[in-house]
Design a protein around this ligand. Structure first.
Ligand SMILES: O=S(=O)(O)CCCN1CCN(CCO[C@@H]2O[C@H](CO)[C@@H](O)[C@H](O)[C@H]2O)CC1
Length: 487
């Protein structure tokens, strides 16, 4: 189905900011350089290399640990206003705790931040983008309530060292992927697979940890530095097919991103009521003495509610939903059995290299309106949106994806959704987790066969550059891709 972008040229509002995003484990390399210690992705990829599609890892990745000046040059070529990147917890704190600060690690991030500020590119830091210190995972990781203080102590060190120059902070990247895929399944490190139990313990502790970090910024740093702190949620849009009742779609949206948005952005706080009801009923049925969904204490509820200045959203695609039936065999207990719903995407939908990435711009539009309705129109920063291919510079399908999704976003903004900025995922190809380097998301292609990890702009980089330069969306713009300049 060819989805036509509108033919008119559309302007972005003044004040709207454009960027691009990456993450530490996916780009830095230097996995054990200058005192950095092991995280759960180092550990997993070294222990079982071929869990990754191409048996690769992030030991070197894009080598941004050494090539960050080229990265900043690329940001200048694109004309980025901001760049979202994440800190490697144990590049800064080798023991995971603040008893020892690794000056070389702090220096790397200071070098990157200072190089960006030299060219007026705003740094946006994600404190946690999945690379937990292995030592903390050995002590239970996100299932251990002590992680609240471990994370808060780490956050304070980051605020102290970079907060004078960094005004945009994101505590967590995609809690649902951390908890469901890492603790309730085997599709992300640490692959604990404690279905129906681990992901909910992780969810509660991670939310409290996030809130404690927010509170620290609020009380100890906001007065003197005036930055903003938010959280980034992965938000897939789900919708009913045909005459299926809309409640099914609403339930899976609430289990997927409402699980984290409701405790922070809703009037009442706490997990979504539908989640509490369904998991409590299932737990009783299954003989548990108490619900498998942990409870917040009254103090925790208060700490979490309202603990974000903006809502970061990573959106890529849309799923249809159906009730679980005899075709399915979800384990009991499990996240999927708890909601008795499953998402799926029709074969004929046009997609990217990632199995779950179908081109459905209308889903983005609907998601933005739903978030506006549910949480009283919070300021939303699109912290990731992008398209994967198998490689190649003539990426017309990536160009089309960006145009369609930015067009859908402008429609939602024209109708009142408070979207304040947008970051393309990703500045350059990088380690795509369990898919290794087989799925490419970069505006710039990275050559992994060259020790220099040469970065080359794709057609989409030239188109994105023009969108940022003209601050408008022209579906008929044809870029001259012969040379990339810094304007
Ligand atoms: O419901 S299911 O579990 O059957 C599948 C739902 C679809 N998921 C939604 C979340 N998305 C996270 C994307 O993950 C984000 O996007 C980038 C590209 O993957 C990563 O490289 C980034 O690190 C990450 O922040 C992966 C696909």
């Amino acid at each position: 189905t060819i989805i036509e972008a509108k033919q008119s040229v559309r302007k972005f509002p003044d004040g709207f900011i454009f960027g691009a995003a990456t993450a530490s484990y996916q780009i830095e390399g230097g996995w054990d350089a200058d005192g950095k210690t092991e995280n759960i992705w180092d550990h997993m990829t070294h222990k079982e290399p071929c869990l990754i599609a191409d048996c690769s890892n992030g030991d070197v990745a894009d080598d941004s640990y050494n090539l960050y000046k080229r990265d900043v040059e690329m940001m200048r070529e694109l004309g980025l206003q901001f760049y979202r990147f994440s800190l490697s917890w144990n590049r800064i704190l080798p023991t995971s705790f603040p008893d020892k600060i690794n000056e070389a690690g702090v220096q790397y991030y200071n070098n990157l931040i200072n190089e960006m500020l030299k060219y007026n590119i705003e740094p946006m830091i994600t404190l946690y983008h999945w690379d937990l210190p292995q030592k903390l995972q050995d002590m239970g990781g996100w299932a251990n309530p002590h992680i609240v203080d471990w994370f808060a102590d780490y956050a304070r060190v980051a605020f102290e060292n970079f907060g004078d120059r960094v005004k945009y902070w994101i505590t967590m990247n995609e809690p649902r992927e951390v908890c469901y895929q890492g603790y309730g399944d085997v599709t992300k490190a640490p692959r604990l697979n404690m279905k129906g139990i681990g992901e909910y313990m992780c969810a509660k502790n991670l939310l409290v940890a996030h809130a404690k970090a927010y509170d620290i910024y609020d009380k100890e740093f906001r007065e003197k530095w005036g930055g903003t702190v938010g959280i980034t949620l992965s938000a897939t849009w789900h919708e009913p097919e045909g005459d299926m009742d809309a409640d099914l779609a609403e339930t899976i949206n609430q289990f997927e991103w409402g699980q984290y948005a409701h405790p922070i952005f809703s009037e009442t706080g706490d997990f979504p009521p539908i989640m509490k009801e369904m998991i409590a009923a299932k737990s009783a049925e299954q003989g548990f003495y108490r619900s498998r969904l942990p409870e917040f204490t009254p103090e925790e509820l208060e700490l979490v509610r309202g603990s974000s200045d903006f809502l970061g959203i990573n959106h890529y695609s849309t799923f249809l939903v159906r009730k679980i039936d005899e075709r399915d065999s979800f384990e009991v207990p499990s996240y999927w059995d708890d909601m008795e719903i499953v998402g799926y995407q029709p074969e004929e939908w046009e997609g990217g290299a990632s199995s779950w990435l179908k081109v459905v711009p209308s889903g983005f539009y609907k998601l933005l309106h739903r978030l506006r309705e549910l949480y009283d129109n919070p300021p939303i920063m699109i912290t990731e949106n992008g398209f994967s291919t198998r490689g190649g510079l003539e990426d017309d399908n990536r160009v089309s994806y960006y145009r369609l999704y930015l067009d859908a976003m402008l429609d939602a903004m024209d109708e009142g959704c408070d979207v304040i900025g947008y970051a393309a995922w990703s500045l350059m190809d990088n380690f795509e987790w369990m898919q290794g380097y087989t799925e490419r998301f970069g505006l710039y292609e990275v050559d992994y066969s060259s020790p220099e990890r040469t970065r080359t702009p794709r057609k989409a980089a030239f188109v994105y550059k023009e969108i940022l330069r003209s601050r408008s969306l022209d579906p008929n713009y044809v870029p001259d891709t012969t040379v990339m300049t810094i304007d």
